[in-house]
Design a protein around this ligand. Structure first.
Ligand SMILES: *[C@@H]1O[C@H](CO)[C@@H](O)[C@H](O)[C@H]1NC(C)=O
Ligand SMILES: CC(=O)N[C@H]1CO[C@H](CO)[C@@H](O)[C@@H]1O
Length: 273
């Protein structure tokens, strides 16, 4: 199968986990009814985004949220990329994305590798690492329509991570993320187009919808970019589902026309200077 429909659930996220879970399921079902075979949720879809919330909202995998997602994947017979939420294991908390197959089985879990730590003196301090531990591996999974790689938010800023997924044969990278009102307009789409163009693959980003009253206001604009670097589906900041048709035949065409990925890697980059 070389063509399939991808759906990105740009949902509002509030402070009640139960409500948000049922909301997520409602959207997943709607997306599947509209023909999506792969559905992705945003970063931190069942808890507010912020270091002060992560511990309180954290849970184990398997746990309440993963069971709800597993059931939603199975009932709708879709691959489900479970955005992310705070996961607890052995006293550590991770920002984790579980992935489920159409039979409801957990087939992968990605723990955010690059934690977002910034400290601009006198301006802003935000340190995920005060509360979160980082993941230590890349995460991809196989589907009937190609291999898919997962990153979470800040992970998209590290080109070598996406390149590594590309070398492992991924044709689509999905980044649940929550950029803010400064980094969003400046970099969200640009980073995504860069990763897609560099690696000649599809890249999707999934943000929560914007809530102006939240302590962390997100940019929204969930987007899909094709291997030519073009935006093929996007939206503004409101709650919605973004759909895109992914065509692996088109990806091959792009790679034929500009065969950078077949070029032998040059030793110049790795040899000592
Ligand atoms: C967003 O985050 C950046 C740093 O990553 C920070 O400089 C900026 O002030 C933040 N913007 C808002 C609106 O909070
Ligand atoms: C979990 C939950 O339901 N909390 C919030 C989920 O999203 C809606 C929409 O914003 C909120 O109203 C809920 O409080």
């Amino acid at each position: 199968m070389s063509k399939f429909k991808l759906a990105l659930i740009q949902m509002l996220v509030g402070t009640s986990k139960g409500d948000n879970l049922s909301r997520a399921v409602k959207f997943i079902t709607e997306a599947a009814k509209s023909g999506a075979q792969l559905v992705a949720l945003p970063e931190c879809f069942n808890s507010p985004y912020g270091t002060k919330y992560f511990k309180e909202y954290s849970e184990k995998i398997p746990g309440e949220t993963s069971q709800v997602l597993s059931k939603a994947a199975k009932e709708n017979k879709i691959f489900l990329v479970g955005g992310s939420y705070p996961e607890e294991e052995n006293g550590k908390i991770f920002n984790t994305c579980p992935v489920f197959g159409p039979d409801g089985r957990l087939i992968a879990t990605h723990r955010k590798v690059h934690l977002f730590d910034i400290d601009v003196p006198g301006k802003m301090t935000f340190k995920e690492s005060e509360v979160l531990s980082s993941g230590n591996q890349l995460t991809s999974f196989q589907t009937d329509f190609g291999k898919i790689g997962i990153g979470i938010c800040y992970d998209i800023r590290f080109p070598e991570m996406s390149q590594s997924y590309s070398q492992k044969g991924c044709s689509l990278l999905i980044f649940p993320g929550a950029f803010n009102m400064t980094t969003g307009p400046a970099h969200w789409e640009l980073l995504q187009r860069s990763r897609a163009l560099d690696n000649q693959l599809y890249v999707a980003t999934v943000s929560p919808a914007r809530d102006d009253t939240a302590s962390y206001v997100v940019w929204g604009h969930s987007t899909v970019v094709n291997p030519w670097g073009e935006v093929i589906a996007t939206t503004d900041h409101k709650e919605t589902i973004v759909y895109a048709d992914i065509d692996l035949g088109y990806m091959s065409e792009v790679r034929e026309h500009i065969p950078v990925s077949r070029q032998k890697r040059n030793d110049l980059y790795t040899s000592p200077s």
